[in-house]
Design a protein around this ligand. Structure first.
Ligand code: SF4
Length: 237
């Protein structure tokens, strides 16, 4: 069986699951992050900061744990980069404890916030040419490709495909990637898809949804919207 083209997989997933409304951000002074399918407006400074913080906190943990940390940071007024960079380390560690690796993550947040603060408004800093900004982000301690690309795509609106463990797993099972690897997978998907931040943002979210519903470590192929096109799934049945 030939590997299905990424664009047709995108269409099937969108039809099956609908728009996912990523990246979730809070829309009120008190509430937590919410998904906003169909949202096409501009992000505020605060929302961009929240996405950057969330992208760092979500490393090696699930989103529910991140939401608890974001809510604590928000109620402490720490979703502003100025305050985040000046916060005492111990205080920050306790606020992000629910996200795991809290000492490292507190340090990463302070380094990121300190750097971003020097660069001025996020809306301007994040709108630099993508390759320059990506290099800058990857030069910061604790920011790897997945975090950098999440920030670029979801906070900066740059057309770059975020690769995560789910994408690599699904892509391997579908036959997209013979040798999984971050840069290789990113190059392939960028080559196969129209260059669109909107499409990349939605597709990444849909792949996460697929991984949660069906394409788990032990896949549950029954009912998967891709089963007719998946060489791995067809062997399971
Ligand atoms: S058919 Fe099975 S292996 Fe293939 S994408 Fe769906 S869940 Fe994953």
């Amino acid at each position: 069986m030939l590997a299905p083209p990424p664009l047709s997989v995108y269409s099937k997933l969108l039809e099956a699951f609908g728009p996912q409304g990523w990246w979730p951000v809070s829309v009120s002074a008190r509430g937590g992050p919410v998904y906003r399918p169909g949202f096409k407006g501009r992000l505020s400074e605060r929302q961009r900061a929240e996405i950057c913080v969330g992208a760092i906190l979500t490393q090696n943990t699930n989103w529910n744990n991140v939401v608890r940390s974001l809510l604590r940071l928000k109620s402490a007024g720490m979703l502003e980069l100025e305050r985040l960079s000046a916060a005492p380390s111990g205080r920050l560690q306790s606020l992000v404890r629910s996200s795991g690796y809290f000492r490292q993550k507190a340090r990463k947040l302070k380094i990121f916030a300190g750097h971003a603060k020097k660069r001025g408004r996020l809306s301007r800093w994040l709108c630099q040419p993508m390759d320059i900004l990506r290099g800058e982000l990857l030069g910061l301690w604790g920011i790897g490709p997945e975090t950098a690309d999440s920030i670029l795509l979801y906070a900066g609106g740059h057309p770059i495909f975020v690769i995560d463990a789910y994408t690599l797993r699904i892509g391997s099972r579908l036959g997209w990637f013979r040798k999984p690897g971050y840069e290789r997978a990113q190059r392939l998907l960028s080559r196969e898809l129209p260059r669109s931040a909107e499409l990349y943002a939605e597709f990444h979210a849909l792949l996460v949804q697929l991984a949660k519903r069906h394409c788990r470590a032990v896949p549950s192929c029954q009912g998967c919207p891709l089963i007719a096109n998946c060489r791995y799934g067809s062997r399971q049945g």
